[in-house]
Design a protein around this ligand. Structure first.
Ligand code: 1GP
Length: 248
């Protein structure tokens, strides 16, 4: 059960976007991330990922890695029988009802028949949001608007979603501030997934210390030549942050 793994802390997730490299390269990245100690592979991207591209990357990765593979869907067509699980997501602060619920509803019957593990995730996008902010027509949460973030996060929990995903936007220079993460942590008990701008161990450590349970890194893995080393350092930073959090 991937949800059970995600409920342990801290969990490092490597995001692989099938639109960014050919399947063979994605497989190499997965092996190096696995050797560095990542726990889960998240496969998907905001644009340019059709079912064929998604399936090809999942198949290539499956041949070389035993890590659980979770789909990070962009729409109702982001489904593949080659994955182990899928984030069943609602982009709660989108202005477009398609991203709040319509795409999820469209996928729901096929998903429930697929046998794939379905992981319900409330997805909240913060400034600057980057590509997902634009494509998702997001009413971005300001980085210092603690009240709005807490309200959305609490709604995520009250809706019964298992995970609250705080997204700063892929490729952003700085992750969501630690003060914002800890403010969200104060009002919910469900695990917090944090993504966007985690580019080194220190940032991962700070985010986990503040209250993130699961860290997603994408750009770091795309840019690094030593993926294994970068992931290993990031995981070590997360463990340090987690120990501090437990003792404070
Ligand atoms: C996925 O946004 C994250 O949610 C990934 O962000 O590419 O900045 O690691 P990075």
């Amino acid at each position: 059960m991937i949800s059970r793994r995600l409920n342990e802390s801290p969990v490092h997730v490597t995001l692989i976007d099938p639109d960014k490299q050919p399947p063979g390269r994605a497989a190499e990245m997965a092996v190096q991330a696995e050797d560095g100690g990542t726990h889960i592979l998240l496969i998907g991207g905001t644009t340019g990922v059709d079912a064929q591209k998604l399936g090809a990357t999942l198949c290539a990765v499956k041949e070389v890695s035993d890590l659980p593979m979770v789909i990070f869907p962009a729409s109702s067509t982001s489904i593949s029988c080659h994955a182990d699980a899928i984030f069943f997501m609602s982009l709660l602060n989108s202005r477009d009802v398609r991203y709040v619920v319509r795409e999820a509803a469209r996928a729901s019957l096929e998903l429930s028949r697929s046998g794939m593990e379905i992981i319900p995730v409330g997805y909240l996008v913060f400034e600057p949001g980057m590509l997902v902010g634009r494509i998702g027509d997001v009413d971005l949460i300001a980085r210092d608007d603690i009240r709005t973030a807490q309200e959305y996060a609490k709604a995520t929990e009250l809706f019964g979603m298992g995970f609250c995903y705080l997204e700063g936007g892929s490729g952003v220079s700085e992750p969501i501030p630690s003060g914002m993460i800890s403010a969200v942590r104060e009002v919910i008990d469900i695990p917090i997934i944090l993504g966007g701008g985690i580019s080194d161990a220190a940032k991962a450590e700070e985010a986990v210390r503040a209250g993130a349970d699961i860290i997603v890194t994408g750009t770091m893995v795309e840019r690094e030549t030593d993926i294994e080393g970068a992931v290993r350092d990031t995981v070590s930073g997360m463990v340090r942050g987690w120990k501090d959090r437990r003792t404070n």
